[in-house]
Design a protein. Structure first.
Length: 242
């Protein structure tokens, strides 16, 4: 299993201390170069240096992520099972340009604790308004995570979320949600359109419960390549950005 960013940094720190303790040699005991920031296979060197971060999930497990932007409103992004954080970077760049701070999570497999820990990380950074968005299993994660965060987040966007995934059960969580929720799925993505409709139907206490079954077969993040769908999502985020 690949080491997380935090594990690599700890290993690098240990190597530095060992070299410093040994001393001697022509290099005057200078430490070896530090491990470069995580680029996740898609970030430029500048992006990695500026935004690669680590935080602890709610179970104290290390999580790697990219964090960028300015302001007191942030969007936390959770990726699909068939991808990683790189899946979200095109949208993350657009959100940063729109004035949001953005935390793009590279899941370690503990999705709901990652969401809860990610919200705590953002609030520790001075963020006042938090918006959650996830695709497919990431959608399931933000829905269940939103039911556990206190104080509540400001809004949630769920794209093509299954009702359950692994140990996650969004169908049991969404009846407790009181913040606005946008559900989106593609009509041609049949099983996920059905699960999205069922989740929306069960979300009875939300301040706004918006269900958009859009055209096409796209799944999750893929729906956002169609400009009208992205416009729907960004308008919803802006409405509840604070």
């Amino acid at each position: 299993m690949p080491l997380t960013l935090r594990a690599r940094l700890c290993a690098a720190s240990a190597a530095v201390l060992l070299l410093a303790g040994c001393g001697g040699g022509d290099d005057g005991g200078q430490a070896a170069d530090a491990t470069p920031p995580e680029d996740f296979g898609c970030l430029t060197a500048a992006q990695a240096k500026a935004g690669s971060v680590g935080y602890d999930d709610a179970g104290a497990n290390p999580v790697d992520a990219w964090f960028g932007g300015k302001g007191d409103t942030a969007v936390l992004l959770m990726h699909q099972a068939d991808g990683d954080m790189c899946q979200w970077m095109p949208q993350a760049d657009l959100l940063v340009k729109d004035g949001y701070r953005v935390l793009v999570v590279d899941s370690n497999g503990s999705e709901v604790p990652e969401v809860v820990g990610g919200v705590a990380f953002l609030r520790d950074k001075g963020v006042r308004h938090v918006l959650l968005m996830g695709a497919s299993k990431g959608g399931t994660a933000v829905l269940e995570g939103a039911a556990s965060v206190d104080p509540p987040v400001d809004a949630v966007v769920s794209l093509s979320a299954p009702e359950t995934y692994g140990t996650m059960d969004a169908s049991s969580a969404v009846p407790r949600l009181t913040m606005p929720v946008l559900y989106m799925a593609a009509a041609g993505d049949t099983a996920f359109a059905e699960s999205t409709e069922a989740l929306s139907k069960a979300t009875k206490k939300a301040a706004e419960n918006r269900l958009d079954i859009v055209g096409g077969p796209q799944h999750g993040v893929g729906m956002l390549s169609y400009d009208p769908n992205w416009a729907t999502v960004t308008a919803f985020l802006k409405k509840y950005a604070g």
